[in-house]
Write a protein that binds this ligand. Structure first.
Ligand code: SF4
Ligand code: SF4
Length: 115
């Protein structure tokens, strides 16, 4: 079962997941104005469920599919959209960004109802 990026990634997009992934299966919307949430997505067809990204994500935004919280259930479909609508995505690239503080991570969870 593939791993899933949830809405905790929205506008955070810190990309440590990209650096950790052995199969290079993280994507971002090809057109930021196309209406998709501004976050990264995992193509479930390319994910080998190694779990490396889960611990690498400083925002704790990644879950194994069966463990995605109910409030973020729609995000599983968004990730699957990567495999069914490949033209809407481009490969995400690693960028060296500043990691959030513990307080910022907790505030982000509260913002999205995932605390
Ligand atoms: S490391 Fe986490 S928050 Fe950053 S881009 Fe990847 S999934 Fe999103
Ligand atoms: S579980 Fe492994 S293969 Fe799947 S997205 Fe995360 S790092 Fe990549």
């Amino acid at each position: 079962m593939a791993y899933v990026v949830t809405r905790l990634c929205v506008d955070c997009v810190s990309t440590e997941c990209v650096g950790a992934c052995p199969t290079d299966c993280f994507y971002k919307p090809a057109d930021p104005a196309a209406g998709m949430p501004n976050m990264l997505y995992i193509n479930p067809d390319e994910c080998i469920s190694c779990a490396a990204c889960e611990s690498a994500c400083p925002w704790k935004a990644i879950f194994e599919e069966s463990a995605v919280p109910a409030v973020a259930a729609d995000d599983t479909a968004w990730n699957k959209y990567c495999s069914t609508n490949a033209a809407a995505f481009v490969k995400a690239e690693y960028e060296n960004k500043t990691n959030p503080t513990e307080e910022e991570v907790e505030a982000n969870k509260v913002k999205w109802g995932m605390a």
